[in-house]
Write a protein that binds this ligand. Structure first.
Ligand code: UT7
Length: 326
């Protein structure tokens, strides 16, 4: 039976030029390359220049995704930008992207705030809107400048995060309604607000009227991560009628290599099928999945027809998974 699927027709990314290595960080705070590498797998991260904002990064990533999808910005009728570090409290950073890229004036544009799960949330919402109509082509972006909300004196958090942006263009296309279809085959998102104090920012417009800094109980996040992610992966695969050994590429949120290893093992995906970028990007929150997708498309690993599994878990707690045939 013919169905509409949201097919990824282009991907793009942008990383700020400035690189901060573990060695350079260990001169700022009481840490070491050894500790960061052993506990997280991170070796370096990118940091936005003073004149680069989340919108700057998002626009660069989106521009590349649009060029690669060979469509005109005026063909985009939906912009969803996942971020926890917007340019301003409002308007949404998505409308800046819309204006700067010359996207349709009548398009819908809004931000999604689900911290590290933001890109999976944005994909899920975009997919639902494309399948329901009348939207035809969506620009889905994950963009962050976490360097702006880090407490650079807190070694337990400042070593973990980096800045960057990634984007995909989704197009509503008729498919056959089987597991061989191209596009989003299954997407699931969840939240459990009882854990909202495990990873949060201690400021905001309604409470402190300040931007605030990121605070995290790392052990608590770690304790929940593998279980929550494994559960949602299983649900997503069952819903699509597909098995773990059919996954060509597993592209997880890049928070910590120990979480990545544990999740892949539990999901039954061998490590040579896992796209790992946490070593070179650090944790870029909502940007990490599209940044990793871009690396694996550029180096030729992800090809048309491949089954790609995305997943993330982060502040809230929020978590989710999305199964896409490229
Ligand atoms: O995107 C989702 C968001 N976040 C995550 O996924 C993070 C999940 N959590 C984690 O990745 C890990 O919990 C961390 C990497 C944050 C921490 O690793 P851990 O193995 O849980 O370490 P810990 O917090 O138990 O700390 C162990 C020790 C402590 O010292 P004591 O109390 O044992 O003397 C910390 O003070 O390591 C110390 N420590 C550090 N030492 C050097 C904490 N941060 C650092 C540091 N450098 N940067």
């Amino acid at each position: 039976m013919a169905v509409i699927r949201s097919v990824i027709i282009g991907v793009g990314a942008y990383l700020p030029e400035k690189v901060l290595t573990n060695k350079a960080l260990s001169k700022k705070v009481d840490t070491s390359d050894k500790w960061i590498t052993e506990r997280t797998g991170i070796k370096k991260r990118h940091i936005a220049a003073d004149n680069e904002y989340t919108s700057t990064l998002a626009i660069a990533a989106a521009r590349q995704a649009l060029i690669r999808s060979a469509i005109d910005p005026s063909d985009i009728d939906l912009v969803i930008l996942a971020t926890s570090t917007p340019d301003q409290t409002f308007p949404a950073t998505a409308v800046t992207v819309q204006a700067e890229l010359g996207i349709q004036r009548g398009a819908a544009a809004f931000d999604i705030q689900a911290v590290c799960s933001g890109f999976v949330y944005a994909m899920t919402v975009a997919d639902a809107m494309l399948r329901a109509g009348p939207f035809r082509r969506a620009l889905v972006i994950g963009a962050e400048t976490f360097s702006r909300i880090l407490d650079w004196e807190d070694r337990t958090t400042c070593v973990l995060f980096g800045d960057g942006a990634g984007a995909v263009v989704l197009e509503a296309q008729p498919q056959h309604g089987t597991g061989d279809d191209r596009g989003v085959l299954s997407a699931h998102i969840r939240a459990d607000g009882r854990y909202r104090d495990s990873l949060y920012v201690d400021g905001g417009p309604s409470t402190t009227q300040t931007v605030g800094h990121l605070r995290m109980n790392g052990r608590e996040v770690f304790r929940h991560a593998v279980g929550k992610i494994s559960g949602i992966i299983e649900e997503t695969l069952v819903d699509a009628g597909l098995a773990p050994d059919e996954i060509d590429w597993f592209v997880p949120h890049q928070a910590n290599s120990r979480i990545l290893d544990g999740t892949a093992k539990k999901a039954g995906v061998p490590m040579d099928r896992v796209v790992v970028t946490v070593d070179i990007h650090g944790n870029t929150s909502a940007a990490s999945i599209p940044l990793a997708l871009n690396v694996a498309v550029e180096d030729g690993r992800i090809k048309e027809g491949d089954l790609v599994l995305l997943e993330a878990m982060g502040g809230g707690f929020t978590w989710g998974a999305c199964l896409v045939r490229w």
